[in-house]
Design a protein around this ligand. Sequence first.
Ligand code: PNS
Length: 167
Amino acid sequence: MTQTGPMIAVYPGSFDPITLGHEDIVRRTLRFADRLVVAVATTSSQPKKSLFTPEDRVEMIREVFADEERVEVTSFTGLLVAFARDAGAHVVIRGLRAVSDFDYELQMAQVNQELWPDLETLFLTPDVRYSFLSASIVREVASLGGDVSNFVSPQVRDRLVERFAEE
Ligand code: PNS
């Protein structure tokens, strides 16, 4: 990879919903990237029943980063490498919380490298405060009426409360 011009990174994921751990990874990326595209996948390699629609997830992330003009939020369908290429990005960001994340992340990074050798995957470690945090844990706690204020931004917490009040 030869980097010329601004460094554009893509941070793909399900973000169902975005957690403080994800937000931490976004802020860390902005220390070295010029622009970051947060890309909500409409299909994941690990299919799971989603709580929020991709549109709602995009909207929530946009609200969270409303003051950060270097962050763009969108959804994508299909291969990540195709999306990254179209976005002009040569860098994919993924968060690594623990060794348990590693097998799956390494496999994805290697597949993506095989599909498009000009794409580099960079792994960032979130603050240790978030090492236990995942969107699925947040969904579970919220679904059982627990307080998720320490896990997600206020806008996201409100959406979760609203969403489970509907059920
Ligand atoms: O937050 P997740 O669910 O761990 O994110 C996984 C994601 C969306 C990054 C991954 O499933 C993905 O890149 N999906 C797009 C399809 C793709 O490119 N698959 C080939 C690479 S494994």
